[in-house]
Write a protein that binds this ligand. Structure first.
Ligand code: AMP
Ligand code: GLY
Length: 427
């Protein structure tokens, strides 16, 4: 089997690693991949969202299955293009990916099917939005409807913040451009968050272990929001009863609703869940796996991932299931000094081999590159590496991950020291 993976971050490295562990191992191609993934297959220097180029690659290489990591190619219609060409691809069509690509669509969809989520209204003009805001008061959440690289949701504790967020999106500055021309103003939900992943074939699904991400830059959930500084799975917050509730109240009605609307959902349905006093509610849908959650979720899946993705891509999942996770895993992200603000690239990275010599440790590349002419591995991004630890318990997985982290060195590196603490307290 020949598989093409689109993307080149930590999530895609984790997908590639899991795919490579099948017997017999598939032949792997990556567009564009990264220096870590290069050890598992062939990296082709194409952007993941250059749809004509990746389609041409898949055809030329007679790829059996393409797996899409990031949301942008999905929202741009990579799945539609491959399907039109008769090629198997795992991910939702552009119409189905609107669940992530348009928060206005996804909120209206949830309202149509009674899926529990925060109360909201959608606006395209500043004046009525302002008037609504004055009526609702703070705390409140102001969100750009379109894709904004994870920066489009502003949780506002004061009215001043809320007015500013609204003005920045719908006012003359339009800081998110097109993505912020439509704005969702949403009720603030109080609670703990978790990420739930369902691998769907349009009709049935296989649930992966639920994870908890750590979005803030510093320990104690302090500092600015990031792409995610670490994660662990399974998250004790998502008890079997709550997971079951999310399946019945969210995943199943979403699959049924998307089918009824003529855009069946095949691919990963990522449910961002807030566990509130009234039970689990949807914070957002994403149309792909999470980063860094994937790095701790996939090691716990015991089956053949290529087979699962192929079945999902071709509508052949036998029956919906929630397999029990095998042990626990945690990932600690090591970031460049200054991230998520400005940072410098190009610092040599040492210690990866030492880290991976420890049992249970995997180092996943996110922002690295090979510096020429000397061929040295160097930093090339905000989130540089993810160190995954796997163990029988969450405590073991965390200890193993942090042992791995202790071996890695580069100038300015920073990481959180409290990944998984909440999970330990809850478990
Ligand atoms: P989103 O882009 O919609 O996932 O939002 C990003 C983050 O903002 C979420 O992970 C939450 O931490 C927070 N958030 C979004 N919506 C709400 C809400 N209605 N209530 C509380 N927090 C929220
Ligand atoms: N970890 C958050 C995300 O992938 O959107």
């Amino acid at each position: 089997m020949k598989i093409l993976v689109l993307g080149g971050g930590g999530r895609e490295h984790a997908i590639a690693l899991k795919l490579s562990q099948a017997t017999p191992p598939p032949e792997l191609l990556f567009a564009p991949g990264n220096p870590g993934m290069a050890a598992l297959g062939t990296c082709v220097p194409l952007a993941a969202d250059d749809i004509p180029a990746v389609l041409d690659l898949a055809r030329r290489e007679t790829v059996d299955l393409t797996v899409v990591g990031p949301e942008i190619p999905l929202v741009k219609g990579v799945v539609d293009a491959f399907q039109a060409a008769g090629l198997a691809i795992f991910g939702p069509t552009a119409a189905a990916a609107r669940l992530e690509g348009s928060k206005a669509f996804s909120k209206d969809f949830m309202a149509r099917y009674g899926i529990p989520t925060a109360a909201y209204q959608t606006f395209t003009a500043l004046e009525p939005a302002r008037a609504f805001l004055e009526k609702t008061g703070a705390p409140v959440v102001v969100k750009a409807s379109g894709l904004a690289a994870g920066k489009g949701a502003v949780v506002c504790t004061t009215m001043a913040e809320a007015r500013e967020a609204l003005d920045s999106m719908l006012g003359p500055d339009a800081i998110f451009g097109e993505a912020g021309r439509e704005v969702v103003i949403e009720e603030f939900m109080d609670g703990e968050e978790a990420s739930v992943f369902a691998v769907c074939d349009g009709d049935r699904y296989v649930l992966l272990p639920a994870a908890q991400d750590h979005k803030r830059a510093y320990d104690g959930d302090k500092g600015p929001n990031t792409g995610g500084m670490g994660a662990y799975a399974p998250a004790p917050l998502m008890t079997p009863a709550r997971l079951d509730q999310v399946c019945r109240e969210v995943v199943e009605p979403t699959l049924a609703g998307m089918r009824a609307e003529g855009c069946p959902y095949a691919g990963v349905l990522y449910v961002g869940v807030m566990v509130t006093a009234q039970g689990p509610k949807v914070v957002e849908f994403n149309c792909r796996l999470g980063d860094p959650e994937t790095q701790c979720v996939l090691p716990l899946y015991d089956g053949d991932l290529a087979d699962l993705f192929l079945k999902a891509a071709t509508g052949r999942i036998a029956a919906s299931a929630s397999p029990a996770p095998n042990g626990a895993a945690a990932v600690v992200v090591i970031a460049s000094g200054g991230y998520p603000g400005s940072y410098r690239n190009g610092f040599p990275i040492a210690g990866i081999e030492e880290a991976e010599a420890l049992p249970g440790v995997q180092v996943l590349h996110a922002g690295t590159r090979i510096k020429q002419p000397d061929g040295v591995l160097a930093t090339a991004g905000g989130r540089v590496l993810g160190v995954t630890g796997r163990g029988a318990t969450l405590k073991q997985a965390l200890d193993i991950a942090y042992m791995g982290v202790s071996k890695i060195r580069f100038d300015g590196m920073h990481f959180r020291t409290d990944i998984g603490k909440k999970g330990l307290a809850a478990g």
